[in-house]
Design a binder for this molecule. Structure first.
Ligand code: FE
Ligand code: FE
Ligand code: ZN
Length: 289
């Protein structure tokens, strides 16, 4: 099983610190933001300790393609109302692609964006135009479009919309399936086999490269996007555990983005429960004290 979580890249150790955090959760995959997700300030690449991080991964026999990068939230390629927002998004995405390539990551997760009132069709057209500007033939990293919950004016909350973006883009794209977002968008993730069939028909299962494994606070179809700890939400432990162990997606990295408890990361405990296929509703209570 390829499983891990979002980890931080702060402190003086940067990427080495991220790898150490991942290892502390007994994980073999991780997702990082190369800087704060909400802004565009970025530490120079030379400072990130990339080579040291690679050596540490090698020591633990973890392939570098299990390191996933998440693009900053600031990027909104769907905004047709403010050309400067769109242009900034294109520039930030180009920059993030370069950083991901320098780090050696294979997958860069990107939110498709919000149309901010212009409608889904216009939004999707704009996303396609932005991707065609930002990407190029020489890209080493594969941009993976994340399935969204459909809160506000988010584009990409149906598989069909994701497929439309992929078909319009002149370069290859991948997909990141977020279980909380799919559930909030109205899909039944508890029947994962059926969901994978639908994914295969609409998009093609070979394009699925990342799974964000999160429970959801809200009911199916709520379009809220509030992540819950594994087994503590509306999706439930059994369904999420089945997804974690599903043979058809065994090669796909599962990344937890569940909420911290009292300032403590829940990931080590959640990963252990998933690996053991055994839910303990008191397991996280040590963090609550
Ligand atoms: Fe995301
Ligand atoms: Fe996500
Ligand atoms: Zn989310």
């Amino acid at each position: 099983m390829i499983i891990g979580s979002h980890v931080s890249m702060s402190g003086s150790e940067y990427l080495v610190g991220s790898v150490k955090e991942m290892l502390s959760y007994q994980a073999n995959a991780m997702m990082i933001y190369t800087g704060a997700p909400q802004n565009s300030r970025r530490v120079p690449l030379e400072k990130l300790k990339i080579e040291e991080a690679k050596a540490l991964l090698e020591e633990h026999n973890i392939p570098f393609n299990q390191i996933i990068i998440h693009a900053p939230y600031l990027i909104n390629l769907a905004n047709t109302q403010k050309p400067e927002t769109f242009q900034l998004g294109v520039e930030l995405l180009q920059n993030e692609i370069k950083r991901s390539e320098a780090i050696g990551a294979k997958y860069l997760v990107l939110h498709p964006g919000s149309h901010v009132g212009s409608g889904i069709e216009k939004g999707i057209e704009s996303i396609i135009a932005g991707l065609n500007q930002a990407l190029s033939e020489t890209n080493q990293v594969l941009v993976c479009i994340e399935t969204m919950a459909g809160k506000g004016s988010e584009c990409g909350h149906t598989l069909e919309e994701i497929a439309q973006i992929m078909q319009g883009c002149q370069y290859p794209l991948g997909v990141c399936l977020d279980t909380c977002h799919m559930h909030d968008a109205g899909y039944d993730v508890s029947d994962f086999d059926a969901l994978l069939d639908e994914f295969d028909q609409v998009i093609g299962l070979e394009h699925l490269h990342v799974i964000h494994l999160n429970d959801s606070v809200n009911v199916k179809g709520a379009r809220k996007d509030r992540h819950a700890n594994i087994g503590f939400g509306q999706i439930g432990f059994d369904a999420l555990c089945q997804i974690a162990h599903h043979p058809r997606t065994a090669h796909v990295a599962k990344i937890l983005e569940t909420p911290y408890i009292n300032g403590h990361a829940p990931y080590g405990i959640e990963i252990e429960m998933l690996k053991n296929r055994c839910f303990d509703e008191n397991a996280l209570s040590v963090l609550r004290k």
